[in-house]
Design a protein around this ligand. Structure first.
Ligand code: MSP
Length: 487
């Protein structure tokens, strides 16, 4: 049994969750379930990023105390994670006192690589990021992600000497000791690494009050990303406790927009602390809405609770884990969502379960005894490569193959032969027909149980139901189909 540590990006709590926020949690949860099914011990962190100007300014705008604003939105994320069927082992708030104290300890441990200097340049409030003159020029002074002009900063800040660690980071990316997924992004990150100057890691209190105070200098507050990235280890107890059971992380799940923080600043911080680098950084694509980036001004932000309400949790997990490609940007539309529900969940899977269970029930068959899932190497390889949408495509091919096998083997015709033999008093014929029909049904049920095992990390509730039906003392279809139509 090995120990597996999975992390998710901690969202800013400057609003309610949108459907894009589901990805980190669903991907990590799927992998966590898969790892548990292999007998491994999984620790799974989630949390909320509660500091920084973006949040402070939003609370001010609303005339609300920042503490209560943060608490309200944090609760929405907690509710959301629960509604997704995700149950992390650890949940961190960056305004938590223990986290803040541990961040200060981390700062002190990195002190040899930190120096004071003055900064004059550009900043994006949306990204909470310092922007180079080149980026400013390339984007004509407006952040393409947030559609907001960069702001000019002139201030004294502490700097972190990333250059002390560039060689080690380059090496770790190149020899994949720190694997970046999808692999084509590694090249992008190597290019960014070369261009990365020393990073400003604090802001004057006059500019940013809502953050972790820099130890030994009351006039400065830590840059929100230093505080946020530290969460991955403070949640394990660092530096108060030995974290070597779970650190380095097995996989850190993040969106492509924040990959640069996780492959440059974060590894540099870890190296400054003398800690090993994460084994894998997994960056997923973005969820688009009607072909566009979601934005309040376009008015295409989709509320995940509404999507969950439409067809329930398994449908939500299914769509976001299969039809949102794990590594590429993909589109959510209500039309696609409804079509996936009706054609795939209701028709392909729901009908299959209903049909097969009905045929078994007519024969008064008992479920498969002592069922043991088969090893499926192709599936394992896809899961191990963390390409979850492909692994789910693969499982679905198996669902379709069982449907085809039922159509081809026509068990209802075997049942007819049986009825005719019985009516004619043909005992030998009846026995032979029963044997043939029951062995056909048993083989189909076994295949369905194997598929259910493949689906388990993605659709745990559905997999449990299928397993219960086909291993019960008497097989019977569920009173309500797994995915009722026209809801
Ligand atoms: N607070 C930082 C993360 C700090 S991690 C130490 C942040 N927050 S965020 O709220 O903007 O994003 C949280 C996560 O949601 C990130 O992984 C981000 O990539 C992801 N997504 C935000 N919008 C998204 C989509 N439209 N689609 C998919 N994921 C997206 O960045």
């Amino acid at each position: 049994m090995s120990k597996v540590y999975l992390t998710t990006a901690i969202p800013y709590v400057n609003g309610a969750p949108h459907i894009g926020h589901a990805l980190d949690y669903l991907l990590a949860d799927t992998y966590a379930r898969y790892q548990k099914s292999l007998g491994n011990e999984v620790r799974f962190q989630a949390g909320t990023d509660e500091h920084g100007n973006k949040i402070y300014k939003k609370a001010e705008e609303l005339g609300q105390p920042v503490e209560s604003y943060v608490a309200e939105n944090t609760q929405k994320f907690r509710d959301f994670i629960k509604a997704l069927g995700v149950d992390p082992t650890d949940f961190i708030h960056t305004t938590d006192e223990t986290h803040m104290r541990r961040c200060q300890e981390i700062w002190k441990k990195m002190a040899d690589h930190i120096y004071l200097d003055s900064y004059e340049g550009w900043y994006c409030d949306g990204c909470e990021r310092f922007v180079t003159q080149k980026e400013y020029d390339d984007n004509n002074g407006v952040c393409p992600d947030h559609n907001k002009p960069y702001t000019k900063l002139r201030e004294e800040n502490y700097y972190f000497r990333v250059s002390d660690f560039k060689d080690q980071i380059r090496q770790a990316i190149t020899d994949k000791a720190m694997l970046i997924l999808p692999e084509f992004r590694a090249k992008e990150m190597l290019a960014l690494l070369e261009d990365t100057p020393d990073v400003s890691v604090s802001r004057p209190v006059s500019q940013l009050q809502w953050g972790v105070p820099v130890p030994g200098d009351d006039s400065q507050v830590m840059y929100v990303w230093v505080d946020a990235l530290s969460n991955y280890i403070t949640v394990l107890g660092y530096p108060d406790q030995d974290i070597s059971d779970f650190w380095p992380a097995s996989v850190q799940f993040v969106g492509k927009d924040i990959l640069r923080f996780h492959t440059i600043i974060w590894p540099a911080m870890l190296l400054a602390l003398g800690l090993p680098l994460p084994k894998t950084i997994h960056s997923h694509g973005h969820v688009l809405s009607d072909g566009q980036k979601m934005s309040k001004s376009i008015g295409n932000v989709v509320d995940p609770m509404e999507v969950l309400d439409r067809f329930g949790l398994p449908a939500f997990r299914y769509f976001f884990l299969r039809h949102i490609d794990t590594f590429a940007d993909s589109d959510f539309t209500w039309e696609k969502y409804e079509s996936a529900y009706n054609n795939e969940l209701a028709n392909d899977l729901g009908n299959l379960v209903q049909r097969l269970a009905n045929l078994c029930k007519k024969q008064k068959m008992s479920g498969i005894k002592n069922f043991q899932p088969e090893q499926d190497n192709e599936y394992r390889a896809l899961m191990d490569s963390l390409y979850f949408s492909r692994a789910l495509d693969y499982a679905w091919e198996k669902v379709q193959a069982i449907n085809k096998e039922i159509d081809d083997s026509k068990p209802w015709e075997l049942a007819k032969v049986l009825r005719e033999a019985a009516a004619a008093g043909d005992e030998a014929g009846s026995v032979a027909a029963t044997k043939k029909l029951e062995s056909t049904l048993e083989s189909l049920a076994t295949k369905l149980l194997n598929v259910s095992y493949l689906l388990e990390p993605f659709l745990p509730e559905t997999a449990t139901k299928i397993t219960e039906i086909f291993t019960a003392a008497e097989i019977a279809p569920p009173a309500t189909p797994l995915f009722p139509k026209n809801i």
